[in-house]
Ligand binder design. Structure first.
Ligand code: ADP
Ligand code: MG
Length: 238
């Protein structure tokens, strides 16, 4: 658990500014959703928090620590992508335990943590299977399990459900919500799907062209959109 703070965060790729000075404070245990059209900078912001992308200007804090110069491995964040690359030659158990194995944790501890995560995610019957023998939804849960076993301070999700069909997306949304209630880990969740944002978020951050348009609870942004863009994007046009 940790709060996350972005202070005047800017990202440039060459001469092109794609994030224009983002200020955002995310509370301990908060589930915040970054939403906006494709190309508005959502993934870039998430990748800067994860340390996978450098920051051109500004500061990012995780807990009380400025992480600008901290490498990704030492930030204690776990990121789940839409292309949840599982290792095809490893079982579900070993995929989930991989990061702990790399960190040279004792096998007994790895087994316990994997079993606990598998139980929460209802993956226990599949621990000995290879990813190819799983459905899309099950694979996505393995990817989440892999993040959970590390007990990160912060979860980062980049459109984790966008490869799933509509029915499965709805189901996974509910599971994510349940997981968050169980773990209460600070979460930054990126999506371009308004419904996903409205159902999951404590607060929504609406972005356009690398700029925050509004931050608020789902009810606030729906009932009091800051501008026409927000109103149209959230689906409550004037
Ligand atoms: P989103 O996730 O909201 O769709 P991104 O954060 O991926 O948006 O991208 C924001 C902008 O930055 C886009 O215009 C994209 O083309 C650009 N961009 C992203 N990554 C790079 C990169 N490595 N080099 C140059 N431009 C990039
Ligand atoms: Mg993206």
């Amino acid at each position: 658990m940790a709060k996350v703070e972005l202070k005047s965060v800017v990202k440039r790729f060459g001469d092109v500014r794609v994030v224009h000075g983002i200020d955002l404070e995310i509370a301990d245990n908060e589930f915040i959703v970054l939403v906006g059209p494709s190309g508005c900078g959502k993934s870039t912001i998430l990748r800067m928090v994860a340390g996978l992308e450098s920051i051109s200007d500004g500061e990012i804090y995780i807990g009380d620590r400025c992480v600008n110069e901290v490498d990704p491995k030492s930030r204690n964040v776990a990121m789940v992508f839409q292309n949840y690359a599982l290792y095809p030659h490893m079982t579900v158990h070993d995929n989930m335990g991989f990061s702990l194995d790399m960190a040279k944790r004792p096998q007994k501890e790895i087994n316990e943590k994997v079993r606990k995560a598998a139980s929460m995610l209802e993956l226990e019957p599949y621990l000995d299977r290879k990813p190819e023998a799983l459905s899309g939804g099950q694979r996505q849960r393995v990817a989440m399990g892999r993040a959970i076993v590390r007990q990160p301070d912060v979860f980062l999700f980049d459109e984790p459900l966008s490869n799933l069909d509509a029915q499965l997306r709805t189901q996974m949304r509910m599971e994510l919500k349940k997981l968050h209630m169980k773990f209460s880990t600070t979460t930054i969740y990126v999506t371009h799907d308004q419904i996903e944002a409205m159902t999951l978020a404590d607060r929504i951050v609406i972005l356009k062209d690398g700029l925050i348009q509004q931050v608020g609870t789902p009810v606030e942004v729906y009932e009091k959109p800051a501008n026409v863009f927000v109103a149209q994007f959230i689906g409550n046009p004037p």
